[in-house]
Design a protein around this ligand. Sequence first.
Ligand SMILES: [Zn+2]
Length: 200
Amino acid sequence: MCHAFINDTSFYHFLYQVDLDIASKVQRQPCQYCDGVLHSARYPRKPRGPRHCLTEDYETRFSFCCAEEDCRRRTTPPSVRYLGRKVYLGVIIILITALNHGLSRSRRQQLFDQLEVNPQTFYRWLKWWREFFPATRCWQSARGLFLPPVNVVQLPGSLLGRFMGRDLQQRLCQFLQLLLPLSSTFCPGYIRVAIDPQKM
Ligand SMILES: [Zn+2]
């Protein structure tokens, strides 16, 4: 399995473009609370992982603030880059935990070092996949799409293997698309993203 794209700036730029597209769709809509206009109010972020491949676009997350004086509430669009408040990029969390079974111990350590992941973090992610994720509404509504059922004991590798993308990059993008509802508390129905890294 080829992981060269982990160090490929264009892959991360592609994910940024997808987030930009989602954010502009959200901004075209009125405030979800009062119908006011949404103004940009990005969050600062400092994602861990392949830092040398990330441009300054990764120092913020798209977010909006209502322009109405008596509202001012925040709307943060879903993201294929940031999985909620997790400090690592979503793609790194999927990749490292999904490859758990297929890597030799030394190769795994090499990836850990390269992406600044420590073993405690890794085991916390595995626990998240196996204990928290299966109970989420996101998974409860998506799991019926997969037949035979996905083995939750082997998440996320068992799910990554079900996507029909041409290569690992594309399957990861499809996975990130499925996780969109977990990336933000706001995931409206009009968010439709076409994710094809071959077009990046
Ligand atoms: Zn408002």
